[in-house]
Design a protein around this ligand. Structure first.
Ligand code: SF4
Length: 472
């Protein structure tokens, strides 16, 4: 649910990689990142190489706060990688901001990563015992250090070797003096695509929308287990590791994370979300006067619900897009007013009406109640909540922060108890079958946060900040 900061499953990260001869790559990376800001708002960075020297700028905050025209002028080169972060492993401090850039015996290397390794603790301990030190608590630094130590004549060989040891979700971009590499884990958990730039060169990005922003054509996915090399030679594709038999694309990308203009696994995310709404309407027909979305991620599904049910669609809320987390979180009184600070109900659209409200998810369940109350205060006669996925009863270990078992309302309560808790007249979650029908596949997707069946072995006790033992 996008409307309240504590409630949402937090976005993971967005990454960009560019090779563009004779172009301002830093500025291009900036615009690529801008298209991915929704995937992480805690920190961002750009690293650039001119074929000889590598330079980087990163900081905490929003992309527009971190980069200014002067900062970008200092980042000259033809090769760039960029990252916008929400922390999944490691806290949100500056030392965990990406890319990670280090000098190695094979020259400088920088890495930006989206996802979460499930075996990073063991890999990090191994490095620590062999004398490697760390400056952060991020699994991406573990990956960077492994690349620095790996033998092999080329960076592709070093990356390939590391990919045989990494278990979990990683879509990454890596920068060396004269190349950008884009690679994806064999389960294909997080999205990553590449495309041809209009004036020569290539770009890679977490979502196809960012590639369209850069004017890319001939866009293709980096397939599970592949390394794609972006350089002044033709695009080189290497199948580094075999794709997993149980591919595990994150179905939550379809439900919530990706922008609706993204195309993933050959499917339009907007279309999938409309299908989710249609499925909801089919599963539990409901007598109502108006269908409203929770802005903004509920919009395509609410349109689909309205088309299928014949109930008119309308806006129920005006969202203030400019109220940021930083201003809401520090004080309790403002936090409790969070929903009202961010949303105003359009009274005439709900007054005296039976309202169906479409939402993409309920995670902790502490803000759905206030939003239902807002509708009632505005005069809604009935509020029926419809959710475009099944109850989230299990945490994610592949790069999405949904909290722990204790945080998840659906782990602790039945659907009827949740309905009672939020004060809706009725509550229906889309079934697993309905969700996958809307996606258009029954397999190849991770659904672990709904089923508890993880595609890889996970440590159920691992915490996001598990590495932070000795440094604050
Ligand atoms: S557990 Fe849920 S959020 Fe995590 S990768 Fe699987 S589907 Fe995505």
């Amino acid at each position: 649910m996008s409307y309240f900061l504590d409630e949402s499953p937090r976005e993971e990260c967005g990454i960009v990689g560019i090779f563009a001869p004779n172009e301002d790559v830093a500025r291009m990376a900036f615009f690529g990142l801008f298209a991915l800001q929704h995937r992480g708002q805690e920190a961002a960075g750009i690293a650039v190489s001119d074929g000889n020297l590598m330079r980087m700028h990163k900081d905490t905050g929003l992309i527009s706060q971190i980069f200014h025209p002067r900062t970008l002028v200092d980042l000259q080169g033809h090769y760039a990688i960029a990252h916008t972060r929400y922390s999944t492993t490691g806290s949100s401090s500056i030392r965990n901001a990406q890319p990670f850039m280090i000098e190695t015996m094979n020259g400088p290397v920088a890495l930006a990563h989206n996802g979460n390794l499930v075996n990073s603790t063991a890999l990090r301990d191994e490095l620590l015992h062999s004398g490697v030190g760390f400056s952060s608590s991020s699994d991406s630094e573990v990956m960077t250090m492994m690349l620095a130590r790996n033998g092999g004549d080329t960076w592709v060989e070093r990356l390939k070797h590391a990919m045989t040891l990494w278990k979990g979700a990683y879509s990454l971009v890596m920068l060396t003096r004269d190349c950008v590499y884009a690679a994806r884990d064999p389960w294909g958990v997080r999205p990553l695509s590449v495309g041809l730039l209009p004036h020569g060169g290539y770009a890679a990005a977490s979502e196809t929308g960012a590639l369209h922003t850069l004017g890319c054509q001939a866009i293709r996915e980096v397939n599970p287990g592949e390394i794609v090399t972006l350089s002044d030679k033709a695009l080189i594709v290497t199948q580094a590791v075999k794709p997993a038999e149980n591919l595990a694309r994150c179905v939550f990308e379809m439900i919530y994370f990706s922008r609706p203009d993204a195309v993933w696994d050959g499917r339009s995310v907007h279309q999938v979300r409309q299908n989710l709404g249609r499925e909801l309407a089919r599963e539990l027909p409901t007598e109502a006067d108006v269908v409203i979305p929770t802005p903004d991620s509920g919009i395509p599904a609410a349109i689909g619900y309205a088309m299928e049910s014949g109930i008119p669609y309308n806006d129920g809320f005006i969202k203030n897009r400019y109220v940021g987390r930083t201003f809401i979180e520090p004080t309790d009184s403002l936090r409790t007013r969070g929903v009202a600070l961010k949303f105003n109900v359009i009274n005439e659209n709900v007054l005296g009406k039976r309202v169906v409200m479409i939402d993409d998810s309920i995670v902790r369940g502490n803000t759905t109640g206030p939003i239902v109350r807002l509708l009632r205060e505005a005069g809604a006669e009935q509020v029926h909540l419809r959710v475009t996925c099944p109850p989230i009863a299990h945490p994610c270990f592949m790069g999405v922060d949904m909290g722990t078992y204790d945080d998840l309302i659906a782990h602790k309560r039945s659907v009827e108890e949740i309905r009672n808790h939020i004060g809706a007249d009725s509550l229906h979650y889309l079934s697993l079958e309905g969700m996958m029908h809307a996606v258009g596949r029954q397999d190849g997707y991770c659904q672990a946060c709904f089923t508890g069946r993880y595609p890889l072995e996970v440590d159920l006790n691992s915490a996001k900040t598990g590495f932070e033992k000795g440094i604050a």
